[in-house]
Ligand binder design. Structure first.
Ligand code: GUN
Length: 291
């Protein structure tokens, strides 16, 4: 039976560590850190993610602000929001929740974010430093996964890590972090990979981030594998209050019996992404306040 990588618990631990720091700063008369989230449109999953981020701010004692726009906001209008946030000294870090409507270029928006306030770690300046010793703000999801592995004392050095998915947000930075600072041998698989199982079966550590429920089944992994499931697809489920259930990319029922460690969905990677955002905001705050 696999040990569950309990992201919810680890995130709570991190939040309580950061909460203590915030209490200390405020006791000294400093203002608390301030995180802003920009949300465009009515995507249900994005709303849920952003509300989780705002809730975490409340838990640790950060100031948080949510700026919402209809999905007909123009690219130029959104760029001027970014410009405003860049120069607002009362804002330590901010995120523009993705996805954005098709008429807005994610690249243009991301390129305009001041890297100092880029707590998502998506700007070219921060992204380009992922494998450097003096990196500043790392992309939140891969950063959270590394933190989760470290807290469970799972070594990556010399391991064969297989990452499925090559998104800008998760797969690519995950591969860089594992191969660079993590000293692992990394295979990145994606939609064009031929015979996916041939690769996943060789993984000591398997990270799956594609958004295809149940893609990885028990026959695709070896005994003792460490499995990290980033997928959170909403699938209709009449038995749930909200009418849907969150499903990971890994078929838990058949993979868990073969795994040594595995993340649950929900309660695995999701809370760790939020914890990383909280950590990054503290890093940005300390820089802004010269602490
Ligand atoms: N959409 C899905 N994941 C993320 C994330 O980590 N940050 C932002 N800004 N948008 C997302």
């Amino acid at each position: 039976m696999a040990t569950i990588l309990d992201g919810k618990k680890v995130a709570r631990d991190i939040e309580s560590e950061i909460g203590e720091e915030v209490t200390g700063f405020v006791a000294k008369g400093l203002r608390p850190p301030h995180l802003v989230a920009v949300l465009v449109g009515e995507d249900g999953a994005s709303k849920t993610y952003v509300s989780g981020k705002m809730k975490a701010c409340e838990v640790v004692g950060y100031k948080s602000s949510l700026i919402k726009f209809d999905d007909n906001i123009s690219e130029n209008e959104l760029l001027s929001v970014v410009d405003r946030l860049n120069t607002d000294e009362g804002v330590d870090g901010y995120i523009v929740q993705l996805p954005l409507p098709d008429h807005i270029s994610v690249e243009k928006i991301t390129d305009r974010i001041d890297p100092i306030k880029d707590v998502d770690g998506f700007t070219p300046a921060n992204y380009g430093k992922i494998d450097m010793e003096h990196h500043s703000l790392l992309p939140a999801t891969p950063m959270g996964i590394i933190e989760l592995l470290e807290r469970y004392k799972i070594e990556t050095k010399g391991k064969h890590c297989v990452v499925v998915g090559k998104s800008h947000i998760v797969g690519m930075p995950m591969g860089i972090l594992l191969a660079g600072p993590g000293d692992a041998t990394v295979t990145i698989c994606h939609i064009h990979t031929k015979n996916l199982a041939e690769h996943t079966q060789k993984a000591d550590i398997l990270v799956v981030a594609v958004g295809k429920p149940g893609l990885i089944s028990g026959d695709m992994v070896k005994e003792g594998v460490v499995v990290v499931d980033v997928g959170t697809t909403r699938v209709p489920d009449a038995s749930k209050k909200k009418g849907f259930a969150l499903k990971g990319d890994v078929d838990f029922a058949t993979v868990e019996p073969k795994a040594s460690y595995i993340t649950p969905v929900p309660g695995g990677v999701g809370p760790m992404t939020i914890a990383s955002l909280i950590i990054n905001t503290m890093i940005a705050y300390k820089k802004a306040m010269c602490l």
